[in-house]
Design a protein around this ligand. Structure first.
Ligand SMILES: [Zn+2]
Length: 87
């Protein structure tokens, strides 16, 4: 999935339903003037409308999957230790 080139970016105040809400930058570096991606949102048949375009939808889910893997590992370590202590 290619990253959107930003041609459809919209200011927060101009954002309308159906446009990707991912913040991609700020106008003049002003946090109150956020630019959102603005690409048409990703939609799966029978699912409610996503807030993200296909690219950012994929990105969010990739990040979430990585975080899940990390928390799995940290949860597994103390368990391994307790197995050693109590065979
Ligand atoms: Zn997007």
């Amino acid at each position: 999935m290619k990253e959107p080139d930003g041609v459809k970016k919209v200011l927060l105040i101009d954002h309308i339903e159906g446009q990707c809400r991912c913040i991609i930058g700020f106008k003049d570096g002003d946090a109150r003037e956020a630019y959102m991606c603005g690409e048409p949102v990703y939609q799966r048949r029978g699912k409610k409308l996503s807030s993200w375009c296909a690219y950012h939808y994929g990105q969010m889910h990739t990040v979430a999957a990585q975080q899940n893997r990390e928390s799995d590992q940290s949860a597994a370590s103390p368990q391994a230790v307790s197995i050693v202590r109590n065979p």
